[in-house]
Design a protein around this ligand. Structure first.
Ligand code: PDD
Length: 291
């Protein structure tokens, strides 16, 4: 990280320059990865699906026994202030809550003060060129723990998967549990079958309940598509008419190749396109927080 970082973050209760922000080394987030996080997209001054992200944050915190330090309204106010102070019209807001600062010991005392860290990232989530060209993926074994429904900051398996992505020069990895796809390294996996069903893995402790997944399913239902929530195999991806993945940081990306083999005829498909366009249209009907 460059020492010249002019972004304003919200760190341990204060708006501070990221250049000056510090976290105690005894923070359990640092020592144990004992924390959870959220990533929300900002598109044209609008926080995308924000209430759902904040509800999932609340759930992740509850699952690991950390009291939510803020109400949804208070979280939204801080996010809005971060957007204003950073003039963030397009990008991401990152939120991390760790259990707090204590002597290093696996067991924790109740009632530690959670450490909250929030900062903006500047990027253009929407209209990424990969939407037009299509993305390429590799498959990797899913090396994660058994509670993938919790958005944990312990991300070593994903860091390894993303390094493999970089080395392969592709866009994303889809993770395999045996022959079945669980999800993307940082996204939810979808395929469209020959009978025009939209298939994505059912929610369970095996995957993160993607917020973009939720909205895509809602839009797909509106479009009259049949949604099937079940595990699907690598072979099914190869015979699918379309494949794509969704996340807050991309909205959705069409897949045209997996492990070097063409997928969906090697070009982004019409189901993907109509869902993606509808998603962006819906966002733009909401009022902007900053102009
Ligand atoms: N990751 N599955 C995993 C493992 C993820 O890390 C993510 C998102 C998703 C998609 O969830 P959502 O639609 O709510 O963003 C699915 C974020 C973007 C990240 O870690 O940066």
């Amino acid at each position: 990280m460059s020492t010249v970082d002019n972004r304003i973050g919200f760190v341990r209760g204060e708006f501070v320059s990221l250049r000056d922000a510090v976290i105690p080394v005894m923070d359990r987030g640092f020592l144990f990865g004992d924390g959870v996080y959220e990533v929300t997209a900002v598109i044209e001054g609008r926080l995308v699906d924000n209430d759902h992200h904040l509800q999932r944050l609340e759930r992740s915190l509850a699952e690991i026994g950390i009291a939510n330090p803020f109400s949804i309204e208070a979280w939204t106010e801080i996010e809005t202030e971060l957007m204003r102070r950073n003039e963030l019209r397009n990008g991401l807001i990152y939120i991390q809550v760790s259990r707090g600062v204590a002597e290093r010991a696996f067991q924790y005392a109740e009632g530690l003060e959670p450490t909250v860290v929030m900062f903006p990232q500047f990027s253009r989530v929407q209209s990424n060129p990969v939407i037009e060209t299509g993305g390429r993926i590799i498959t990797v074994p899913d090396l994660r723990w058994a509670r993938r429904d919790i958005k944990s900051t312990s991300l070593l398996a994903q860091v390894m998967a993303k390094h493999a992505v970089k080395q392969a020069g592709v866009n994303e990895a889809w993770m395999l549990d045996g022959d079945e796809i669980t999800e993307g390294a940082s996204s939810t996996a979808f395929i469209v079958s020959a009978s025009n069903e939209l298939i994505t893995r059912n929610l369970s402790q095996d995957i993160l309940p993607g917020i973009t997944r939720r909205t895509i399913i809602e839009i797909a239902k509106r479009h009259g598509l049949t949604i099937v929530e079940r595990p699907f195999s690598k072979a099914e991806v190869l015979s699918a008419t379309e494949a794509f993945y969704t996340s807050a940081s991309t909205i959705a990306v069409p897949v045209i190749e997996m492990d070097g083999v063409s997928v969906g005829g090697g070009a982004p498909g019409p189901v993907f396109r109509s869902l993606y366009d509808a998603y962006l249209q819906d966002i733009m009907t909401q009022p902007a927080i900053i102009s």
